[in-house]
Ligand binder design. Structure first.
Ligand SMILES: Nc1nc2c(ncn2[C@@H]2O[C@H](COP(=O)(O)OP(=O)(O)OP(=O)(O)O)[C@@H](O)[C@H]2O)c(=O)[nH]1
Ligand SMILES: [Mg+2]
Length: 268
């Protein structure tokens, strides 16, 4: 699923992305609705050579419904749960509408798009939803380069069957912490307890009630979470590593409620 971004790998990913972008008329940029700012990488705009870009915010079912409309407006994006098949029509309508606004040229063949996004954002799920069948493997690894194949999405849109992987912006520590909390980067890139501690502080500030509801206490620290969940080591020590895992799992699966991590960027 997620990948380490060592330089050689990054260069290969970039090459593959550039190759795919050459073959398409536009880019379907898939962002995570919980972190639309952090799951974008401005490098994409440079690589896509001003081709029309349509934004879709996935995992809207996990994001704060009070914040999502602000991001939708800012990016002219559609927010969607890709797990809901009934959303397919809405998604196609959004693509058609954005393409007709953005596109400078019309073709007498279907529009060709490449789905691009950071790891685990939902690219394969989106291709399957649009194709109306399981054509891309969900949770798969980027495979060996194959010949380019097109997946039909309605009569007038085709998607490149291999999505483009965008590398996350890890140089910004705040962005990296948000991506790690949401499960968009591998759990061993940043120390798990640091990520969980950052998440606790964020939640205490923005969503103070969610911790009390889940852990029956304001849970200001991993010690609190661990104690409440009975994650103890011999000698009355809290297993803070396990507590971090539980907290992150609860957050990622929506058990703490619908939460958006990129707030300041759209609210200010
Ligand atoms: N709750 C929720 N989960 C989603 C949504 N879209 C995708 N997922 C889940 O997110 C995980 C990753 O989805 P994929 O489609 O494999 O993501 P990807 O971008 O292809 O990932 P890579 O191939 O690793 O780059 C899967 O467990 C999906 O079921 C959504 O809208 N809501
Ligand atoms: Mg995939």
């Amino acid at each position: 699923m997620t990948i380490h971004w060592y330089p050689g790998h990054m260069a290969k990913t970039k090459r593959e992305l550039e190759q795919g972008l050459k073959a398409v008329d536009g880019v379907l940029c898939l962002l995570d609705c919980r972190l639309p700012h952090s799951s974008y990488n401005p490098e994409l705009a440079k690589l896509s050579q001003r081709k029309p870009m349509v934004f879709v915010l996935a995992k809207a079912d996990l994001a704060d419904p009070a914040i999502t409309p602000l991001w939708q407006d800012k990016l002219s994006a559609l927010s969607i749960s890709l797990l809901d098949n009934r959303e397919r029509k809405k998604l196609l309508a959004h693509l058609r509408q954005r393409l007709s606004q953005e596109a400078r040229r019309r073709y007498n063949r279907p529009w060709r798009l490449m789905v691009v996004g950071i790891p685990n954002v939902g690219k394969s799920t989106l291709i399957n939803l649009l194709a109306g069948r399981r054509s891309a493997q969900v949770g798969n690894r980027p495979g060996i380069t194959r010949t380019q194949q097109w997946v039909n999405a309605g009569k007038d849109i085709q998607l490149l069957d291999t999505p483009g992987i965008l590398w996350p912006r890890l140089s910004d520590r705040e962005v990296a912490l948000r991506l790690a909390a949401a499960g968009c980067i591998k759990d061993d890139v940043l120390p798990l307890e640091d990520v969980a501690t950052w998440l606790l502080e964020f939640l205490a500030h923005w969503y103070p009630d969610c911790l009390g509801e889940r852990y029956n206490s304001p849970a200001a620290s991993l010690q609190d979470v661990g104690r409440r969940m009975g994650l103890m080591l011999p000698g009355d020590q809290v297993n803070t590593g396990k507590a971090a895992e539980v907290l992150l799992k609860d957050f990622r699966s929506g058990k703490l409620g619908r939460i958006t991590l990129d707030r300041q960027e759209v609210e200010s």
